[in-house]
Ligand binder design. Structure first.
Ligand SMILES: [Zn+2]
Ligand SMILES: [Zn+2]
Length: 314
């Protein structure tokens, strides 16, 4: 997912097509510096997990985007060490109210209600009912994390899950292109359709910075890997370890699609990597394949490496 900040929205000059074509041809290969951040509160990813996820990312980047990921490096760090120089507290957790969700995100909730594909999980509910369900889901995740909505954030625990905090961290990165985090991301920032239906949970995020591709993508693996409540009940049919690693790769590629191509999320392309998971339906993610449709741009990653559409590489 990606959060727009209007002050950053730029444009690409219309006369740059020739330049873009030639620069794309030269830059079909990328190298990925990956940082795995481990939160000991949850089961860590094994070396084999990381190795297989990296292998899948290479394969998927080629399949989805025709990009050769040549070299990959993986560093590992403990969340406490990674965040040890942070001295700020978020204060209290974001406090969500049903009426607030229903009012602020009315159009998105209406979209959810009116679209069978999205609304199935909120069948026959009113806008207020959907808002209540979203908060119930969010509360279950917070409870699993030992946190309580609206309460003070003792020991900065919430900052390990808050997207606001992670966006600030990603902005400071200048060495890594992809973060793999074994935790969870709580959308306390923009709230988009696909995070709302999951109870304000994001599976990944991308942000601009001074890394070599002018940004860093991030995937949070807990919702995919967890066999505990509440994620286990929302996911339905279990995934094999092979499938879990594959889904994590697909989410990572989605974030790299934002970063490298400046692609926006799109909901009406079937089996497209830029189409976010509907709820916790990871089984459907496994059907992701190359999409030849035209993709709308975000206008956010204005220094994206590949500014053209996927068709430029065919
Ligand atoms: Zn996205
Ligand atoms: Zn597509």
């Amino acid at each position: 997912m990606i959060f727009r900040r209007s002050r950053f929205i730029g444009f690409v000059a219309a006369g740059c097509v020739c330049f873009l074509l030639s620069s794309c041809a030269k830059t079909k290969r990328i190298d990925l510096n990956i940082l795995y951040i481990e939160n000991p509160k949850f089961q860590g990813l094994s070396d084999e997990d990381i190795s297989m996820i990296t292998t899948f990312i290479k394969k998927d980047m080629r399949n989805f985007f025709n990009i050769n990921v040549q070299n990959t490096t993986v560093d590992k760090v403990h969340i406490e060490d990674y965040a040890k120089n942070e001295n700020k507290s978020l204060g209290a957790l974001a406090s969500y109210k049903v009426t607030q969700i229903a009012n602020v995100h009315y159009e998105k909730l209406k979209f959810i209600k009116d679209n069978v594909e999205w609304g199935g999980m909120f069948k026959n509910k009113s806008i207020m009912g959907i808002a209540q369900e979203i908060i119930n889901k969010n509360t279950e995740v917070l409870k699993m994390l030992g946190l309580e909505d609206g309460k003070p954030d003792k020991n900065n625990e919430y900052s390990k899950y808050s997207i606001r905090s992670w966006l600030e961290r990603l902005e400071r990165i200048n060495k890594y292109d992809l973060i793999i985090y074994n935790g969870v991301l709580i959308d306390d920032c923009a709230a988009v359709v696909h995070t709302l239906v999951r109870g304000l949970i994001a599976f990944g995020v991308a942000e601009r910075n001074n890394s070599k591709y002018k940004g860093t993508g991030m995937v949070a693996t807990l919702p995919v890997m967890s066999e505990d409540l509440p994620f286990s009940k929302w996911k339905g049919e279990g995934l094999s370890i092979f499938e879990k690693r594959k889904v994590i790769s697909i989410i990572a590629c989605h974030e790299l699609g934002h970063l490298l191509f400046d692609y926006d999320d799109i909901y009406n392309h079937d089996n497209c990597v830029m189409n976010p998971e509907k709820g916790y339906d990871f089984q459907s993610s496994l059907s992701t394949k190359k999409c030849n449709k035209s993709h709308p741009k975000l206008g956010y990653f204005t220094e994206a490496v590949f500014k053209g559409d996927m068709c430029l590489f065919q």
